[in-house]
Design a protein around this ligand. Structure first.
Ligand SMILES: C[S@@+](CC[C@H](N)C(=O)[O-])C[C@H]1O[C@@H](n2cnc3c(N)ncnc32)[C@H](O)[C@@H]1O
Length: 363
């Protein structure tokens, strides 16, 4: 990939490293980090290295009559943001919309004044939600201007935010369709709730989890389930699934997603992983054959209560976006368990971030 923002923008820190080399570098780094564990050969799962992000957030840079998207500067250049002409990591639909949208915004003072950030969320059909975030009072008059934008960009819904207020034109969600192993799964993805950023890698992660759970006996517990991203396809590998997540909006989407995909064997609960683990005392799990758990926590990894709870299962599938906390949690979870599979999913080309998947089985 070659991007005119390379070397300026602080997002793609590995801009000078050819993509193949990035993959090797990251695999070697993981090998070294996890050398104290007995891990199998690391599977490297990757896809295209440009136009891969289905969501992105930009700051806005105002200079005279001109307005630009901006990103944080490279660390070496100090703090703050820098204007950029393009971003090649966002998917094609977002990439094509970005300059056209900015040119319309630039022409309209009501849309432009103190515009602070622009967020994009897209689906595989090229539909997009654009969120405009302002650092000023925005009144109802913006509705007319947004209507004009909507007439220009038929594939876009808009959300306007300013401190404590949110206006939605016309909806705050998209329906995503993912084809996985020959089947199409539908997902409601809601603006400002978690969705996997890299669509193609997400499909490969779901396939990998499906493959690694196809022979498991017993029911499935899932923590940090989001909108049911893994839950919906995975429910086909299990008799019963109970999945939880802290964000009620994501659980609302997950429940809707089970319905539109006709999955009837899943119960979704909106609560923290730690609260959920407390349910053990209440007998809630008595009707479940508790053998398997899938976890996909945020960067902080597992808190102590949740780690203890997860450690009671025979089979653990751990999806992690932070190798440091994965390593910490494996210190506990790999005792009396064999690490059967270890994958590195390159969700974030040109950055140092690494997403991993680990399958553990009690010995
Ligand atoms: C990395 S995301 C994974 C979501 C989902 N598995 C997916 O693939 O889209 C982590 C999720 O954990 C949720 N979360 C954060 N802290 C939590 C907690 N303490 N207990 C339960 N869920 C939490 C977030 O809202 C987010 O949806």
């Amino acid at each position: 990939m070659n991007c005119s923002s390379f070397g300026k923008c602080g997002s793609c820190v590995l801009w000078q490293v050819p993509y193949e080399e990035q993959l090797k570098m990251k695999k070697d780094k993981l090998k070294e980090m996890f050398s104290k564990f007995e891990i199998p050969e690391i599977e490297v799962i990757y896809d295209k290295d440009e136009h891969f992000r289905a969501r992105a957030e930009f700051r806005v840079w105002h200079e005279g009559d001109k307005t630009y998207y901006a990103m944080r500067k490279r660390k070496e250049e100090g703090r703050g943001v820098i204007p950029i002409e393009e971003c090649k990591i966002v998917d094609k639909a977002i990439y094509e919309l970005m300059p056209k949208l900015m040119s319309e915004i630039e022409k309209n003072q009501n849309l432009r004044l103190k515009l602070y950030e622009v967020h994009f969320l897209s689906n595989s059909k090229g539909e997009i939600i654009v969120t405009l975030i302002y650092h000023r009072k925005v009144d109802e008059s913006i509705a007319e201007d947004i209507k004009r934008l909507k007439d220009k960009f038929k594939n876009v819904d808009f959300i306007v935010r300013k401190k404590g207020r949110k206006y939605i034109f016309d909806k705050n969600y998209l329906i995503e369709e993912l084809e996985i192993k020959g089947k199409t799964y539908k997902y409601k993805i809601i603006e400002n709730t978690f969705t996997q950023p890299n669509r193609e890698i997400n499909k490969k992660m779901i396939s990998w989890v499906l493959d690694n759970t196809s022979n498991l006996k017993g029911d499935l517990v899932e923590l940090y389930c989001g909108n049911g991203n893994f839950t919906i396809p995975l429910s086909e590998n299990f008799k019963k699934v109970v999945a939880t997540e802290i964000n009620p909006e994501s659980i609302e989407a997950a429940t809707y997603n089970a319905e539109i995909n006709n999955r009837k064997n899943i119960s979704f609960l909106a609560m923290s992983a730690a609260e959920f683990s407390e349910l053990k005392k209440t007998g809630f799990f008595n009707s479940y054959d508790l053998k398997n758990v899938l976890i996909d926590p945020p960067r902080a990894g597992l808190d102590e209560k949740s780690r203890k709870f997860v450690n009671e299962f025979d089979n653990i599938i751990y999806i992690s976006c932070n190798p440091e906390t994965l390593k910490r949690d494996l210190e506990t979870l790999s005792k009396n368990r064999k690490i059967k599979a270890f994958a590195f999913f390159d969700q974030f080309p040109y950055t140092n971030h690494m997403e991993c998947g680990v399958v553990l089985e009690r010995v």
